[in-house]
Design a protein. Structure first.
Length: 229
């Protein structure tokens, strides 16, 4: 089994989900008492969130690159960056190490294609919805991205940072985010990307009328496959 290196803490709520999914995935594949061989570095999200808000992405990228080097030094065979938004600085991380970074957008695009979706709605942080890094990489896989309107983006971003990152999950917010998703479907989305690792703490396939791409679950499943290949 290859050793999975997790670069998490952004937020720890979704990193905990990664840990569970990775171990469940290995146990399902290998049976008995098997669990994942992994290393976790969980960063303090407070300073990272501040750098995001101030647009200091290069500094955030260098900080995460340093932590990725620690994962490699500790024997990791691959890096999982446990956040969609910080894939904006994925190149900083990949350039810092000799082991592969398993990119969350690539595995998500694969799932969209398998579902027959070439136009997807993305609900995520404002950074992921509005900046080009996510939609541009999806486009390299032939996937068009739709994002919510301004009020929808405000709502989803607020729910992520003010609630989900703090472990708060409410039916009220679930209904509001479902309405945002329904609008994306009405505009032609053939699938919906839960493009923030915390969103699947709130939204599941049962909440949507089109295929859902839960990025945390997809990322973790791809890591299990890579580790056991």
């Amino acid at each position: 089994m290859k050793r999975i290196g997790l670069l998490g803490g952004m937020s720890w709520e979704s990193t905990a989900l990664y840990y569970r999914l990775l171990n469940e995935g290995v146990a399902a594949r290998l049976g008995d008492l098997h669990s994942a061989d992994l290393i976790l570095i969980s960063v303090d999200f407070g300073p990272i969130a501040q750098l995001q808000a101030e647009g200091r992405w290069d500094e955030a990228g260098e900080l995460l690159a340093d932590r990725a080097r620690e994962l490699q030094s500790a024997g990791a065979d691959m890096v999982l960056l446990c956040t969609n938004t910080m894939h904006k600085v994925a190149s900083h991380i990949q350039d810092a190490v000799d082991i592969p970074l398993l990119h969350i957008v690539d595995v998500t695009a694969d799932a969209a294609r398998q579902a027959g979706a070439t136009r997807v709605g993305v609900v995520a942080t404002r950074f992921t919805m509005e900046q080009p890094f996510y939609r541009d990489r999806m486009a390299t896989h032939g996937i068009e991205v739709l994002v919510p309107d301004e009020p929808g983006r405000d709502l989803v971003h607020r729910v992520i940072y003010d609630e989900l990152c703090r472990g708060i999950v409410t039916d009220t917010s679930r209904g509001q985010v479902r309405a945002v998703i329904e609008d994306l479907v009405a505009r032609g989305a053939e699938g919906v990307v839960l493009g923030c690792t915390e969103i699947e703490l709130l939204i599941t396939q049962d909440d949507c009328t089109v295929p859902v791409m839960p990025t945390t679950a997809l990322h973790a499943a791809a890591a299990v496959e890579a580790a056991l290949r």
